[in-house]
Ligand binder design. Structure first.
Ligand SMILES: Nc1ncnc2c1ncn2[C@@H]1O[C@H](COP(=O)(O)OP(=O)(O)O)[C@@H](O)[C@H]1O
Ligand SMILES: [Mg+2]
Length: 349
């Protein structure tokens, strides 16, 4: 049974942007001063474009993407805190657009807790219970239980303003897990939490799913989706570029390596010849003084190294350093996006 259905959601924001290129006239600068005279225009930002997926009951569904890819916007729409501009989503069959009050009774998020900075974590959680109609006797028990679960019991009576980022993340996660709901919407719940504690908290999240609850988790860490999720939706620049299991995703991403090469006495146009080869998936070159900092994403490192050595030898260049590393998430996403574009082009050809 599907617990969440997302159908073609798009969301746009209007934001004021200052255009640095435009030069205000001397008169404007004289009247308004330099900063105010800057040209300000309103631009439409696409935060989500035609996003669709489904999540089964009891599943942990990951939304993976770099900063600004639309994860928070998507979770806010599912939580009825924002309305989509196009499309709709259904939580246990209820529309987030037309039946928001019903949806709100079914979900719990880690981004809704209101905290006054002079409150302690315990006070904030007890207040949260009151707002959510939890019986006061039960609230005391629930708060103790959840504080223990997220490892905050010993620090529960300190004011939240003094909490570190990781401790705040634990508190927000606690506020979500404390409520008994069908669907948990978690936005980067393990942000700033140390690896050992994060491992334990992943177990806590998994337990919810084992109890038959559905979890949607936004993150920019592959580790989170690998260890937690049944299915992953990869967002890149507001669009879904992949929708698959973490195993398949890891295979796709794991097939690539990044070769970082620093060269000297070589012209960058020589290196551009590398892009003629299919094994070179992406090439970026930055010139610093007389050094060329080159980054190559490839699915065949050995071949690329041979090609590179040939080019350097032929053109009498010099290699200063070579480093081989796994690509970061952003690189892997670019590859997924490229593949999708190639696929779409083939489909339309
Ligand atoms: N209230 C807003 N007003 C204008 N732009 C916004 C607003 N909220 C988000 N955005 C923009 O929408 C895009 C997606 O943001 P967000 O959903 O926060 O991404 P993520 O959570 O993946 O980092 C970004 O370009 C961001 O700047
Ligand atoms: Mg976010």
């Amino acid at each position: 049974m599907e617990s969440i259905v997302v159908e073609n959601i798009s969301k746009y924001f209007w934001a004021r942007v200052t255009t640095s290129e435009s030069k205000p006239s001397w008169f404007k600068r004289l009247i308004f001063g330099n900063s105010l005279a800057k040209e300000v225009r309103v631009a439409r930002i696409t935060a989500l474009k035609s996003v669709s997926f489904t999540v089964g009951k009891g599943e942990i569904f990951g939304i993976l993407g770099p900063n600004g890819s639309g994860k928070t916007t998507l979770l806010k729409i599912l939580a009825t805190a924002l309305l989509p501009d196009e499309g709709d989503a259904y939580i246990c069959g209820y529309s987030v657009v037309k039946e928001a009050s019903k949806v709100r009774k079914l979900i719990s998020t880690n981004f809704s807790l209101i905290v006054n900075s002079f409150w302690t974590a315990r006070q904030a959680l007890e207040y949260w219970c009151t707002l959510n109609n939890v019986d006061s006797a039960e609230a005391v028990h629930k708060v103790n239980e959840v504080l223990d679960e997220v490892g905050l019991s010993e620090r529960a009576d300190e004011i939240v303003a003094r909490y570190s980022m990781g401790m705040q993340s634990r508190l927000f996660l606690a506020s979500s897990l404390m409520l008994d709901r069908e669907v948990y919407l978690l936005d980067e719940p393990l942000l700033g939490i140390d690896p050992i504690a994060a491992k334990e908290l992943r177990e806590t999240i998994k337990r919810k799913a084992r109890e038959g609850k559905t979890v949607v988790l936004a993150t920019n860490l592959i580790r989170d989706v690998e260890e937690l999720c049944d299915k992953v939706c990869v967002l890149y620049r507001s669009r879904v570029v992949a929708l698959e299991s973490p195993e398949v995703l890891k295979k796709t991403i794991g097939a690539y390596e990044c070769v970082y090469v620093t060269l000297s006495s070589l012209d960058s146009s020589v290196l551009l010849k590398l892009t003629d080869f299919n094994e070179v998936l992406d090439l970026s070159i930055v010139r610093q003084d007389n050094l060329l900092e080159t980054k190559i994403i490839t699915n065949d490192t050995i071949k690329v190294l041979y090609l590179l050595l040939d080019l350097v030898k032929l053109n009498k260049g010099k290699i200063i350093s070579i480093k081989i590393a796994e690509p970061i998430l952003e690189d892997a996403l670019i590859e997924l996006l490229k593949k999708r574009c190639e696929y779409e082009n083939r489909e339309t050809a």
